[in-house]
Design a binder for this molecule. Structure first.
Ligand code: PEP
Ligand code: MG
Length: 939
């Protein structure tokens, strides 16, 4: 017998036995299990089949609380309502699935037995927290309610029991506030205003310093806010509190901030959240109690030291909210030596158990340590690399695993600009804070998330989001900003976590800074900075500068990264080459690990000011004879370009692509010329002479020249130049031009070879559609190559090949390979010609709408369209190698540096990818991921 279960939005069939619970009297009634106690992880694992399934079912937090319970760590008793229950609740119009609530009550009774306390009983009340927890951690994006179970009666009972009215009132007012905001969706401000008002009246800085009476009155005022704003009383029935809190957590899965976060982090929207009901333990029972968050290693640098913050006499949210100045975790050693020693041991045990750096939450209640959460720690790119390498060297993970754990974006960070150290010395340093997320960021100050988003997205401005502290509602602004700056908060504050997650440079806890969001300014040491002013943040050092600092590309010398990439190199099958036109690019590419040049776009050199006049002269020439002189002028330039490339890539292949773009691109635009001609004609007609003072004779001369150019441009005009006289067609049309290029290549190669440089030129013909095109052009050019080598008296190793960037070329690759000795996919043009979408206009035009409306799942100019373009590529590989089994095939479109496209290139058996020098390290890692198969799993 089977039954259907909705899991992650899909219906899957599971054996009914997995869902059967015993219902007394030996009578077995099938019932879906919606609730798992923390000590029931074995059952969850049996049902979910694997640990990943347990995390999908119980959420990361629930799964890990259960796992910590299983390995004997001190976790307060509790249980988890599954993500399946959440998905059904949301799909069924906000109705709990049948039996779920009863199972929650059953589990609650079990906690009562374990703790000896009773939910709702004033004599010894059990209080619980209700926390969200999805499969993938989404810090602070969903809701939590603490201290559930308090009402006037249980509060009085708890005071009698603890003899600590301050503590109980503190819990009670927090519960009402969280209820108001989380369950009843009232804004936080009215509650915060009451607290601020009392703090001001009593002249104290912290809520904890308010008197018992004040806390009691504040609770009353909070209830009034709930009554007035929500139109209903704060519920006094603990069971109603629990029910509503469970529902609120389910709903928070679909809240705006959770949705935005998932969108940015690439988390699917159909996973749902679990709900964890946990016995409350209290860090706010005086100075012998406390609460904190820590990571088992430093997640900014990767160093092996426990890092974090804590507060004495506080509840968890005080630490992450950044509203109170936290103490560094190292101070716990002196303040609470025993719990600290146990905590240190637990951290080690957790790392060993999970084979990963953990981010933990703990509470010390009157000297007793409790673990409230563990999860894999988010980290900066620098820390990710170091931690992966260290864990592999500590033999906790394999080298392969270490490579898998670092994502391409992490590597990208190492190539990101940093501020120029020389310029920093003289820069206007205005303050220093905590360096919680490295990198350099420059932007205009904005004070709220919506402005940050609209300035960045609509107005295309670089912005720095400045806040006293950030909250989950700010995430969309933080993602849009270049960097984040806050006056409060610690290393584990919300701002720090989110910044690290999204790789945004951030400086937090700048105590000298006073942020006035209302007035849209911040002051620091008597200086005011207003919205729109420029600031520069150094997230690596925590420095904040006035104005716009320049940044530089850092040296590529991080020893951990170098080691990790060397491991990746051993794993990957794909070669990684570079698209480089100039020797300096080639040198950088080589430094980053390029194994060849896959594309040198020769026409780029034609645009340089000392060459363009000869290029234009060559284009305007009417006869072959007229073309001889400008081509002779261009030859030495090209020769020296190639000479530099061969020397930089000594021993490695250099693929040089012959001229590709339509010739009119080297001439002024038609519209510009027409405008000039009309203007000159008007100026010549003016009776009072030229307003700019030119004499008519020289004006006539200029006009004649412009008219000549205009006529030439008009004669070359094509309705679709991208589909016109370019690529191989141009070479056939102007053979002397490509012959000059081949001569330059071989003269340079021969000269280098004579000097002992190991040269491997590969001449690449663009835009081939038919084998006869190659037959004509390649035959002619090979002859020229041989002539040059004969003249030079030396032979060099060379190949002639072609780009495959027209569907016909892919479809007839077997015929093309009769001539081409290698293929390189020009996926920019191949995407353009396969989709029939212009590559130059698409990304600013309707394609954006397509992406927004999900008509296309991805931008095909960024990631290869696997089903269409990818299919052509696969066919091209198959056909090409039918003719030439050892045919070398690469890709040199922009996709060569895109990890997902790299995975596809690996899959269809290409030999190498070629990308911009700055993407080389990323491509090395992505190619290793592809080889491991990691990438396919993630798709
Ligand atoms: C391509 O089309 O993918 C390519 C590399 O050539 P270009 O971008 O120069 O047209
Ligand atoms: Mg192209």
């Amino acid at each position: 017998m089977t039954q259907k279960t909705v899991i992650r939005g899909k219906v899957r069939v599971v054996p009914a036995a997995a869902h059967i619970r015993s219902h007394g009297n030996g009578h077995r009634k099938p019932a879906v299990k919606w609730v798992y106690r923390f000590d029931e992880v074995d059952a969850a694992e049996k049902y979910a089949k694997c640990w990943d399934g347990v995390r999908a079912l119980l959420g990361g937090k629930g799964a890990n609380l259960a796992e910590m319970t299983r390995v004997g760590l001190p976790v307060p008793p509790g249980f988890t309502v599954t993500t399946e229950a959440c998905n059904i609740y949301l799909a069924a119009g906000n109705n709990f699935p049948p039996g779920m609530w009863e199972q929650e009550l059953d589990a609650l009774r079990h906690i009562e037995k374990m703790t000896g306390k009773k939910f709702g009983d004033p004599a010894n009340p059990l209080l619980v927290s209700c926390r969200s927890g999805a499969k993938f951690s989404m810090p602070g994006m969903m809701d939590t309610v603490l201290n559930i179970g308090l009402n006037d009666e249980t509060a009085a009972g708890l005071i009698a029991l603890t003899q600590d009215a301050r503590f109980v009132y503190d819990l009670y007012r927090r519960l009402v506030q969280m209820y108001g905001t989380v369950v009843m969706c009232i804004a936080d401000e009215p509650f915060e205003e009451v607290l601020a008002d009392y703090r001001a009246r009593r002249e104290v800085a912290n809520d904890a310093d308010l008197s018992i009476e004040d806390l009691g009155t504040i609770t009353g005022e909070f209830k009034k806010i709930v009554r007035e704003q929500a139109g209903r009383e704060f519920p006094t029935d603990p069971f109603e509190q629990l029910k509503l809190a469970t529902e609120a957590v389910f709903h928070s899965w679909n809240g705006k901030r959770a949705f935005d976060y998932r969108k940015a982090a690439g988390i699917p929207h159909n996973l749902g959240t679990a709900v964890n009901i946990v016995t409350m333990v209290f860090g706010n029972m005086g100075e012998g109690s406390g609460t904190g968050v820590a990571t088992t290693r430093n997640v900014s640098t990767g160093e092996k030291e426990i890092e974090g913050d804590y507060l004495t006499n506080a509840q968890g949210e005080d630490v992450v909210a950044g509203t109170r100045a936290t103490k560094p975790i190292a101070a716990l050693k002196d303040e609470m030596p025993k719990p600290w020693a146990q905590f240190e041991r637990i951290c080690k045990k957790l790392e060993k158990h999970y084979r990963e750096v953990q981010d933990v939450e703990f509470t010390v209640e009157r000297g007793k340590l409790w673990m409230l959460q563990t999860r894999d720690a988010k980290r900066t790119a620098q820390a990710a690399v170091r931690i992966a390498v260290d864990l592999a060297e500590e033999k906790l993970i394999t080298k392969e695993e270490a490579v898998k754990r670092v994502c391409p974006e992490h590597v990208d960070f190492f190539l990101h600009p940093q501020f120029d150290p020389a310029q920093k010395k003289t820069a206007d340093l205005i303050a220093k804070g905590l360096n919680v997320s490295p990198g350099a960021a420059v932007g205009m100050i904005v004070f709220d998330a919506d402005t940050a988003e609209s300035w960045a997205k609509q107005e295309k401005k670089d912005v720095i989001m400045v806040r006293p502290e950030t909250k989950p509602d700010d995430v969309h602004g933080m993602i849009a900003a270049k960097g984040i700056l806050t006056s409060r908060g610690g290393r584990t504050s919300h701002a720090a976590l989110v910044a690290r997650q999204f790789g945004k440079p951030a400086v937090v806890g700048v105590a000298a800074m006073d942020v006035d969001v209302e007035k849209r300014l911040f002051t620091v040491n008597g200086r005011a900075f207003k919205e729109g002013d420029w600031v520069s943040l150094d997230g690596t050092t925590g420095e904040v500068f006035a104005g716009q600092l320049k940044s530089v590309i850092p040296d590529f010398n991080d020893p951990y990264l170098i080691k990790l990439l060397s491991w990746a190199d051993k794993i990957r099958k794909l070669g990684v080459w570079a698209n480089a036109d100039y020797p300096r690019d080639a040198e950088r590419a080589r430094m980053y690990g390029a194994e060849g040049i896959g594309l040198c776009r020769t026409e780029h050199m034609f645009f340089e000011t000392n060459r363009l006049p000869f290029v234009q002269q060559m284009i305007l020439a009417k006869t072959d004879e007229e073309r001889v002189e400008p081509l002779a002028k261009l030859l030495p330039f090209q020769r020296s370009d190639f000479d530099g490339l061969f020397r930089a890539m000594d021993g490695l292949p250099v693929t040089i692509r012959l001229i590709d773009p339509p010739l009119h691109e080297f001439l002024p635009s038609h519209d510009e010329l027409l405008h000039d001609v009309t203007e000159l004609e008007t100026r010549l007609k003016l009776r009072d002479g030229d307003p700019l003072g030119f004499d008519p004779l020289s004006l006539t001369g200029i006009l004649a020249q412009k008219k000549k150019l205009l006529a030439a441009v008009e004669s070359m005009r094509e309705a679709n130049p991208m589909l016109g006289l370019r690529g191989v067609r141009l070479g056939i049309h102007l053979p002397e031009l490509v012959k000059m290029q081949v001569r330059a290549i071989f003269e340079a190669a021969c000269q280098c070879a004579k000097e002992g440089v190991d040269v491997h030129p590969k001449i690449m013909i663009p835009l081939t559609a038919h084998k006869n095109e190659l037959k004509v052009e390649q035959t002619m050019l090979e002859e020229e190559a041989k002539t040059v080598m004969a003249e030079q008296g030396i032979e060099v190793d060379y190949q002639f090949g072609t780009m495959i960037e027209i569907p016909r070329a892919a479809l007839t690759a077997d015929q093309i390979a009769e001539y081409a000795q290698f293929f390189s996919y020009g996926t920019n043009d191949l995407t353009q010609t396969t989709f029939g979408i212009s590559r130059d206009d698409a990304e600013t035009g309707f394609l954006l709408e397509y992406l927004e409306k999900s008509i296309l799942p991805e931008n095909p100019f960024a990631t290869i369209d696997e089903r269409g373009v990818g299919k052509l590529m696969e066919l091209g590989v198959k056909l090409g190698r039918q003719t030439r089994p050892d045919l070398e095939i690469g890709v040199c479109g922009e996709h060569g540096g895109d990890p997902k496209s790299i995975a596809l290139c690996h899959k269809i058996g290409l030999n190498y990818v070629s990308c911009s020098p700055f993407r080389i390290p990323i491509a090395r890692l992505a190619a290793a991921h592809a080889a491991i198969g990691e990438f396919e799993k993630d798709l």
